[in-house]
Design a protein around this ligand. Structure first.
Ligand code: C2E
Ligand code: MG
Ligand code: MG
Ligand code: MG
Length: 281
C-alpha cells in the first residue's frame, strides 16, 4: 500500500507513488510505439472442421515482441490497453492487418476464413462496422473472408449499443462467434438476441476433458445445447488426440488446439496450408 499516503490521518490514494504505475505507463507508451511502428504480429492457429478433416478457417492472435522483455502475452497488454483507453488503436491495427492477411489467403485461393478477436470495448464503438466495411472493400474481399469473435462479457456492459453494432456487422454478412463460451455470464435470454452463428467453448472445459468426466459432461451438453439452438459449435484448447476424438464423437463442428496446430507466424501458417492442400497432412 505504498500508494496510500496519510494526510491528516486520512489515507488518500496517490497515483504518483503507485508502484505499478510507472511500469504500466512504460508498457503503454511502448505498446503505442509498437503499434505505430508495426512491431506487432498476427499469428495464426488453424481450425479443423471435423466433418471433412479440412482447415477452412484460422484464428488470428496478436503477438508483441517487447524489446528486452521477450514475448508479452496478449492477455497482459490487452487488459492494460483496455483500461488505459488504447484498445481502439490496437483493434484498428488488428483489423487492418488481419483483413490484409485474409485477402492474401483469399486471393491465393486457399478458402480459409480469418477470425479476428474484438475486445469488449470495441463493440460499443459505433464506427466499427464502417471501418470494417472500408477495409474489406480496400482489399477487394467479401465479408465471408473474415469472422469476428467477441467474448460474452463484451455484450454485458452496454447491451443495446453492442447489439446495434453486432447487427450492423451481421447485416454486412460477417459471421460472428461468442468466444470463451461457458465461463462468462451471458443469460440465454440475451444470447438468443445476438446475431451470432457460432459458440466457441472455452478451453477451460476442453483442455483436461480426457481425464475429467465432469468436463466431458459439460462439453457434451454445451455441444448439444448449442446445436439445438442452431449454433455451430467450436471447441478450443484440444491438446491431445483423445480430446479431438471425443469432440468428434459428441458432434462438435470445429476444433482448435495445440493437437491440431499451434499458433504460428503467417508465413509458416501458409506453408503448412500448402502442405495440407497437396495432401501432405
Ligand atoms: P482466445 O481468443 O480465446 O484465443 C485462444 C487462446 O488459447 C490463444 O491464446 C491460443 O494461443 C490459446 N490456445 C490455443 N490452443 C490451445 C491449446 O490447445 N492449449 C492451450 N493451453 N492454449 C491454447 P493467446 O494467443 O495467448 O491469446 C489469449 C487471448 O488474448 C485470446 O483468447 C483473446 O481473448 C486475446 N487476444 C488475442 N489476440 C487478440 C486481438 O487481436 N485482439 C483482442 N482484442 N484480443 C486478442
Ligand atoms: Mg478468440
Ligand atoms: Mg476463446
Ligand atoms: Mg480465451
Amino acid at each position: 500500500f505504498a500508494a496510500l499516503k496519510s494526510t491528516r490521518g486520512v489515507d488518500v490514494y496517490d497515483p504518483q507513488s503507485d508502484p505499478h504505475r510507472p511500469e504500466r505507463l512504460a508498457l503503454m507508451s511502448e505498446l503505442r510505439a509498437a503499434i505505430d511502428a508495426d512491431a506487432l504480429e498476427l499469428w495464426f492457429q488453424p481450425k479443423l472442421h471435423l466433418a471433412d478433416g479440412r482447415v477452412h478457417a484460422a484464428e488470428a492472435l496478436v503477438r508483441w515482441h517487447r524489446p528486452g522483455r521477450g514475448m508479452v502475452p496478449p492477455e497482459q497488454f490487452i487488459a492494460v490497453a483496455e483500461e488505459t483507453g488504447n484498445i481502439g488503436r490496437l483493434t484498428r491495427w488488428v483489423l487492418a492487418h488481419g483483413i490484409a492477411h485474409a485477402a492474401e489467403l483469399a486471393h491465393a485461393g486457399y478458402g480459409v476464413r480469418v477470425s479476428l478477436n474484438l475486445s469488449a470495448r470495441d463493440i460499443g464503438d459505433p464506427g466499427l462496422p464502417d471501418r470494417v466495411a472500408e477495409l474489406l472493400q480496400a482489399h477487394g474481399v467479401p465479408a465471408s473472408a473474415i469472422a469476428l469473435e467477441v467474448t460474452e462479457s463484451a455484450v454485458i456492459g452496454e447491451p443495446e449499443a453492442a447489439l446495434q453494432v453486432l447487427r450492423r456487422l451481421a447485416d454486412m454478412g460477417i459471421e460472428m462467434a461468442i468466444d470463451d463460451f461457458g465461463v462468462g455470464q451471458t443469460s440465454f435470454a440475451y444470447l438468443r438476441r445476438l446475431p451470432v452463428k457460432e459458440l466457441k467453448i472455452d478451453k477451460m472445459f476442453v483442455q483436461h476433458l480426457a481425464h475429467d468426466p465432469t468436463d466431458r459432461t459439460i462439453v457434451r451438453s454445451l455441444v448439444e445445447l448449442g446445436h439445438r439452438l442452431g449454433y455451430r459449435v467450436t471447441a478450443e484448447g484440444a491438446e491431445d488426440a483423445e480430446t479431438v476424438a471425443f469432440l468428434g464423437d459428441v458432434g462438435c463442428d470445429d476444433v482448435q488446439g495445440y493437437h491440431v496446430g499451434r499458433p504460428t507466424d503467417f508465413a509458416s501458417f501458409v506453408a503448412h496450408l500448402s502442405t495440407r492442400e497437396s495432401g501432405g497432412a
